[in-house]
Ligand binder design. Structure first.
Ligand code: AMP
Ligand code: GLY
Length: 433
């Protein structure tokens, strides 16, 4: 069996690592991969958004299964194009990938299907949006409000505005100065929700849907959830805030209504459905849907999963999710991202990374290092930094506290110039213990 993984981050390295555990012993390819993936899979020199090139490669190599990491190729219709050639690929078709690619579309779907989320208005002209912010009362309360660029903006298109001035500035940035390009042609202004966030990743075949372990991301750059938003500085799983009761509510009020509601419209959502949820006093409300594995949630979740990932992907593709019973390790995991100094702003790359083997040795069993922005050096075989988020270190433990102690022990051995990371990953989970 040949499996192709598309993408180059820590998420994709975790997927490749999980595929390596498969009893089917697949030959694994990854396009374009990174320094760590290069040791675990055959690298294919094609970018993740080169859909034409990827399809040609998959046809030529007779790839049996393709797993897509990032959203861009899904939004670009990679699933439709592979399916048309009879190739098995795990993910939603273009029309349904729009749930992530357009926030306005996603909010309209939620409204239509009665899925709880923040009150909102959609605007396609800056004048009307500004006019709206001048009203004395926005939604149920006054400020803050959240201004969101409609399109994909690499996680940066969301601004929480404390007052009218900030809201108007955000609107002008997006719609007049076009800082996110076409992604800001339309915007959503929504009510600010209060509560704790959690990520629920589920796998669907279009009719049935099964949830993976819950998790929580840490989006801010610095300890104490301070500083600018990033692609994610760490994650842990499961998230104690998602109690059994809450989990049932999320499945009954969010995940199944979406899958079933779409199915009634003859739209069959396949692949991973990722719901970013705010657990508010009134119950779970959706912040966003993503149509792919979360990064870094996946790095925390997959090491806990005993079930074969290939089985799970084919169950989705072949409409057999109802036959799947997921098995999990009775453990908790913590994933810490090691980033380049300056990230998410400007940073330098090309620094040598040392201590990876010592780190694994120090932490003992059940610790994994998933590479993100790294590159294999031509000569010696060592890795150098090659991006903002460089490495993900993941440890399992009997509980979050033990996993966290282990992961930070491992990290102490890893070095590269300017290395920066959060020292408090899992702090909210510890509060629940
Ligand atoms: P999104 O890409 O829509 O998930 O937004 C990114 C982050 O912004 C979320 O993870 C939340 O932390 C925050 N956020 C987005 N929408 C809201 C909202 N309506 N209320 C409060 N925080 C929000
Ligand atoms: N962890 C956030 C995301 O994958 O979008």
């Amino acid at each position: 069996m040949k499996v192709l993984v598309i993408g180059s981050g820590g998420r994709e390295h975790a997927i490749v690592w999980k595929l390596k555990q498969s009893p089917r012993f697949p030959k694994i390819y990854c396009a374009p991969g990174n320094g760590g993936i290069a040791r675990d899979a055959q690298i294919v020199n094609l970018e993740a958004d080169d859909i034409k090139g990827l399809l040609a490669f998959a046809l030529q190599e007779k790839i049996d299964l393709t797993i897509v990491g990032p959203e861009a190729p899904l939004a670009g219709g990679i699933v439709d194009k592979f399916m048309r050639k009879g190739m098995d690929i795990f993910g939603p078709v273009k029309e349904l990938a729009n749930l992530e690619a357009s926030k306005a579309h996603s909010k309209e779907v939620m409204r239509r299907l009665n899925i709880p989320s923040a009150a909102f208005e959609i605007f396609d002209s800056p004048d009307k949006a500004i006019d709206f912010t001048n009203r004395s009362r926005l939604f149920a309360a006054h400020y803050p409000v959240v201004v969101k660029a409609d399109g994909l903006a690499a996680g940066k298109g969301v601004v929480i505005c404390k007052n009218r001035n900030e809201a108007q500035l955000a609107i002008e940035d997006m719609m007049v100065r076009k800082v996110f390009g076409r992604a800001g042609e339309k915007i959503v202004i929504e009510e600010h929700l209060e509560g704790e966030e959690a990520s629920i990743l589920a796998v669907s075949d279009g009719i049935n849907v099964i949830a993976l372990a819950s998790s929580q991301d840490h989006k801010r750059a610095f300890d104490g959830d301070k500083g600018p938003n990033t692609g994610g500085m760490g994650a842990y799983s499961p998230a104690p805030v998602v109690t059994e009761v809450m989990h049932t509510r999320i499945m009954d009020e969010v995940i199944r209504p979406l899958i079933n509601g779409l199915a009634k419209e003859n739209k069959f959502y396949k692949g991973i459905l990722y719901a970013g949820i705010m657990l508010t006093k009134e119950g779970p409300k959706v912040l966003e849907f993503n149509v792919r594995f979360g990064d870094p949630e996946t790095q925390a979740i997959l090491p806990l999963l005993k079930t074969d990932l290939i089985d799970l992907c084919f169950a989705s593709i072949e409409d057999r999710i109802d036959e799947i019973k997921l098995e999990w390790k009775d453990k908790a995991s913590v994933c810490v991202v090691l980033a380049s100094g300056g990230y998410p702003g400007e940073y330098k790359m090309g620094f040598e990374i040392s201590g990876l083997e010592d780190a694994l040795w120090e932490a003992g069993s059940d610790t994994h290092i998933f590479h993100a922005g790294t590159k294999l050096q031509e000569a010696g075989g060592g890795c150098v930094t090659d991006g903002g988020r460089v490495l993900n270190v993941v440890s399992l433990g009997d509980d979050i506290r033990q996993a966290r102690d282990k992961v930070y022990k491992a990290i102490n051995k890893i070095k590269f110039e300017g290395m920066q990371y959060r020292k408090d990953i899992g702090h909210r989970a510890l509060k629940h213990h």
